[in-house]
Design a binder for this molecule. Sequence first.
Ligand SMILES: [Cu+2]
Length: 687
Amino acid sequence: MTTNKYLKIAFALLFTGLLSPALFAQDKKDTGTLTQKEDDFYSIKTIQIPEDVILEVGGMTFLPNDQLAVCTRHGEVWIISNPYMKNGQPPKYRLFAQGLHEALGLNYINGDLYLTQRSELTRLRDLDGDGVADEYKTIYSWPLSGNYHEYAYGPVLDKDGNMAVNLNLAWVGHGESLSKWHGWTIKITADGKMKPFVTGLRSPAGFALNDKGDMFYAENQGDWVGSGSITEMEEGDFMGNPGGLVWAAEPGSPVKLRVKDMIDDSEPKYEVAKRIPGLKTPSVWFPHTILGVSTSGILNYEDKGISTPYQGKMGPFTGQLFVGDQGQSKIMRVYLEKIKGVYQGMVWPFREGFSSGILRMNWGSDGSMFVGMTSRGWSSTGGGLYGLQRLEWNGKTPFEMKTVQARPDGFEIEFTEAVDDKTAKDPSSWALSSFTYQYHHEYGSPVINIGSCPLKAIEVSPDHMKVRLVVDSMRLGYIHEIRAPGIRSTNRYALLHNYGYYTLNNFPDGDKLAITAANKVTPVMHHHDMMNMTGGVAGGKGSIKAVSGVKHLTKQPADWTSGPDRTLVIGTKPGLKFDQETLTVKAGAKVKLTFKNSDDMLHNFVITRPGTADKVGQLAVTLGLNGEKMSFVPSSQDVLFHTRLLHPKESDTIYFIAPDKPGQYVYICSYPGHYMVMRGVLKVVAK
Ligand SMILES: [Cu+2]
């Protein structure tokens, strides 16, 4: 891994001052502009949970009588009456089933409740009508190795009446399929037969059908997965993590690829897929840390009869998908289009601010969205260990990009409200760029090959609802960032969310827009262009003599002739923890500190100035696409010393001189989503 290279580039950018949170909030300071908040349209209501119920939601489904059934990680099924808390009355909870093994999926199918436990698909029935399940029937079971990471999710009913189940890979420092069909989607037919469907899955917690009946699953960043995504699953597909390929030659497997076919050279996945037929690339990438860190449940706006008897009422987004995120407690919105037989499309932020890690969403009978949450021992922005909330739309339409469609020479953006002609035609209202990720056995990927996409022409439709952009340098297989900070509605509103990401798998056929004197624009220089120009500059901030001011010094300074005064080693524990909550050093001591990452996620170690840990953690989130290159260490005087961002099994040793001033210096992992819980205190004591 060439992390150092990225670090050097990041340092170079840091010192040229180009990377700043302002890059991601370049709204014009225009006094005539009106702004909107998510809360002006979509309100979050908390559903009460009795004190003695630990509702770590693993699965949710509505029953026909408008009761909500919830299964939990702890193996219980609760049936909740009046989850809407109508007339100010609290909901009623009834324990329907218990003693199950980590139930992470629940569905009401053909009059019965089905759920997945760790090792089987189970049907629950209440035969004597006392409101409690008395028959737990195994429909199909699969082997387990005992590895903690062998989660199972589902069932989802496909359009042919089969029940699909997703099986997670085990984690042994990397993803591996230690027992049969882990890393696969398997389908159970109505007569109980099992058919392997696709493999290459890593951590497929969410899957659902779209309004066409095609099945999509949500993937999380990890080994062989550069960033989160949703991807259509078609029989025989290989999604990218080779773990599950060990079963590809088993009877009944529709997957033609074998482990020996894999290519591990860090090229973009789209490029590798040209050489490995059967390797599927994402329908829509979710850029890591910007649109989530752990993509989870998928909810189809027209979900009727699929995972709930009801449909959504969430604004003018017919045909679209809502996708949850566990680590960032928020929901994204996805517009899909199918071009030349392959799905692609755009993802935007939709609503943030939920109370815990989002795993499941369902529509209630009133069209509100029920959001089931667990932080699963990991942290989430919401902070709560678990929760149940409901998102309600008040009927007012926010000013948003409603759809983005690819064109042979650019994009066509449809808005929910009429756009102001002058701002739409001003090229400085827009900023387009593209980038992708590496496909390799490493965990995650830096953002690579960032390029700008200058505008060549802009045309506004006669009704002002659409804007056609002619765009230079669009690239197949790339994620296209579309920012529209300068766009205003005819009512002077700025967009509620002024950016999103379009994954381009194919160009559609059709006519290109004729560029005329009326629609032609003069290209504007954006930050991204400048980043490209400085991208090749190597940073000169390696190990230097003076320790003062250097925050990441990886060689022992030459003048430490008798070595460090203090040697510290700190590691990780599962569940987003450092293995030591306090470290103690004397003021002014020469310190050698080694941080070892033995966890299955990415972490860093950042020592902050007293009282600034939260501020530093929040700043790290705003680094956006540049975060990984910067090891998620913000350029701030509140950061005293830090390691680089460590992948699983990596370590980094740093040298620093402890502050002269005794006090409590909080250290955090500033990787987005971690700082709230992954922290400790460096106690600096008087000499
Ligand atoms: Cu971390």
